[in-house]
Write a protein that binds this ligand. Sequence first.
Ligand code: UT7
Length: 337
Amino acid sequence: MKNPRAKHNFVSRTCSITGVGSYVPERILTNADLEKMVETTDEWITTRTGIKERRIAAADEFTSDLAAKAAQRAMEMAGITADQIDLIIVASITPDMPFPNTACLVQQKIGARRVPAFDIEAACSGFLYALEVGQNFIASRAYETVLVIGAEKLSSITNWKDRNTCVLFGDGAGAAILQNRANSHGLLTTALGADGGKADLLSMPGGGSRCPASAQTVLDGLHFLRMDGKETFKNAVQAMCSAANEVLERCEIDITKIKCVIPHQANQRIISAVGERLNCTPEQVFVNLHKYGNTSAASVAIALDEAVRSGKVQHGDLILIVAFGAGLTWGAAIIEW
Ligand code: UT7
């Protein structure tokens, strides 16, 4: 196994993940519940997506609240307190508000010091983008302890009358503490990509500078997430496979050596297609989509936390994380746990 960090002199320090944590809201919305809201069936949702239920945040529970709870759990596992955090990065497409950023709100909620805090918006790939940014701050010695979070309240931008999208998404958050640990395991490599030429496939057009919020934009439903499902599906499989292969090749690791593949949890058919093309066994691939649906930036972060806490991943195991989302954006990472 090759350590690609060795190629880059400036990336001189290992970035270890010393703690992970996640949080999902209490309320469960089942496929049976959705049958009463739109013209759909449990059978359609299960066979076309693999999703059985998803979590929905309370009206007074915001993305920053979910993020702060996930962060607390990650800090507990890492054995640190909030005053040890040097930088906070939140990945989300459903910030509490356009500004200030959600990372600042999380800083206040967890009682961190007045450390830098910013958001990254790369949709479902957001957690991987945040990991790479955080890793580079550790490697460059700018900061010692970085809190990285993927958090979403997608229920706030879901059109509950559109059966094409409302059955797919859920709310939740996942977090990781990044630190340098001498002679320890950590992130081996990350690969990110984007294609703005396909921005229209998956978007929320209203509320920005192009379509500022107005009575008309609300009437036109521009503040809801919209997606061309079929085209997104095709692009997801292709981009996730090529990102995964890129990091495997870079580290000269054969897929059989990966203990746990953590794909973005959008659709069981996408996960299966990616798994087959990468020649993974079903046992290698971590799936929790049936419980939470697609939680965008939180998806792989929650899955990583569950894989670690369930014992699926043990010290020394290799993990491959791969994600895809609006932008289009995609990314993959290999972690030696
Ligand atoms: O996280 C970012 C990445 N996101 C993704 O990767 C999502 C990618 N896309 C997908 O997962 C799938 O394309 C969907 C699950 C969204 C849709 O599955 P599909 O197999 O591509 O279905 P479709 O859009 O082609 O729709 C097939 C039929 C349509 O009816 P007609 O036109 O054939 O009569 C839809 O109207 O299924 C209908 N349909 C539904 N029927 C019952 C769509 N949604 C539903 C529904 N219940 N909820």
